[in-house]
Design a protein around this ligand. Structure first.
Ligand code: UDP
Length: 327
């Protein structure tokens, strides 16, 4: 049994991680200010004897130090996330993603915690390689385009975490998430699968941006959480950076067609220009596929769930939720 802290534990990935840690018999303190996280993500766990929920912000140094006091493991997932949110509020992105991470790393050096830093595939920017491995260059666009603030801010987090590892021996693992999806993810912050599924369930149309040739790989949150926990139990992973995601590419057009086929074949697709979706100064990443061989080599596994199975799970959860909401 370990005493764990999950920042952002009421968020989409954080809540699945919290649930899993509790199931494995650990004690969990969740620190979340419910800005993009939701209490209902922890539904059913409120009265769990090993869960402590702290409604506070990682930007509040006192809340941070109180939350981590006496813990052994820190999973730092809290961040300003979602391309849409980030494009709309770059100040919040930078303030939430940089200073609190540094603060938390310092606390971990003092408190002796093992540290997981949630990073993102956004750090590769728009690198044109077909598959990205962890040693590839970061290629951001200009600072006049707010999208890159997100990747840049998480890249600074990575530099900080690596620096604390080298200078103070902090046992840290850095995981770069690639398009993690699953039940409880919401479309409000731009994420494509919950948006497509919601749109299809309402009878459409599905809003595919640009010409829909953009490519992504989608990994199920439960498989991702499993990889995170394994990494944290693997000595060889300490100090390392890992891509965590599926390596099965799909275009947004194909994705929309898959959703439509499963929900209602009568639903149409609308092609929407980026400008209309995100405003004038937006730039998309045309292809994002991870090389996950390092992950597989170090922990002997990688996310494998096929897209169809993943979509079925999300559609089932959305229907169930709609049923709950209607009752
Ligand atoms: N996308 C889309 N329609 C939507 C939302 C997103 O076509 O309603 C596209 C978006 O332009 C991007 C891809 O889907 O190319 C994945 O978007 P998401 O925001 O989920 O993730 P990210 O851009 O961070 O990979």
């Amino acid at each position: 049994m370990a005493r764990c802290v999950v920042t952002g534990g009421a968020g989409f990935i954080g809540s699945h991680l919290t649930e899993r840690l509790l199931r494995d018999g650990h004690q969990v303190t969740v620190l979340d200010n419910l800005s993009t996280g939701r209490r209902e993500n922890l539904r059913g766990l409120e009265s769990h004897p090993h869960l402590r929920f702290v409604n506070g912000s990682i930007t509040d140094p006192l809340a941070l130090s109180e939350a981590v006091q006496g813990s052994e493991v820190i999973y730092h997932l809290a961040a300003a996330v979602g391309v849409k949110l980030v494009a709309e509020d770059p100040v919040r992105t930078i303030e939430t993603n940089i200073y609190p991470t540094e603060n938390l790393l310092r606390l971990a050096v003092q408190g002796g915690q093992r540290f997981y830093l949630a990073s993102t595939s956004e750090v590769y920017g728009k690198n044109p390689k077909a598959e990205w491995n962890e040693d590839d260059d970061l290629q951001f666009g200009p600072t006049s385009r707010p999208r890159w603030a997100y990747g840049c801010s998480k890249a600074i987090d990575e530099f900080l975490a690596r620096a604390y590892h080298r200078k103070y021996g902090l046992p840290v693992v850095i995981g770069r998430f690639f398009n993690v999806v699953g039940p409880r993810q919401v479309g409000n912050y731009g994420m494509v699968i919950p948006r497509f599924v919601d749109q299809a369930l309402k009878g459409g149309p599905l809003t595919v941006y640009d010409d829909g040739s953009q490519v992504r790989c989608f990994a199920h949150v439960q498989e991702v959480v499993d990889c995170v926990i394994r990494l944290m139990h693997t000595e060889a992973a300490l100090g390392g950076i890992f891509n965590i995601g599926s390596d099965q590419p799909v275009s947004m057009r194909q994705l929309a067609e898959e959703v439509i086929r499963r929900v209602d074949p009568a639903v149409r697709i609308d092609l929407i220009p980026y400008q209309q979706a995100y405003g004038d100064d937006f730039e998309d990443v045309s292809r994002r596929v991870p090389d996950v061989s390092r992950l597989e080599r170090v922990i002997g596994q990688k996310p494998r769930m096929p897209l169809g199975e993943l979509l079925d799970d999300i559609i089932r959860a959305k229907r169930l939720n709609a049923g709950h909401a209607a009752n």
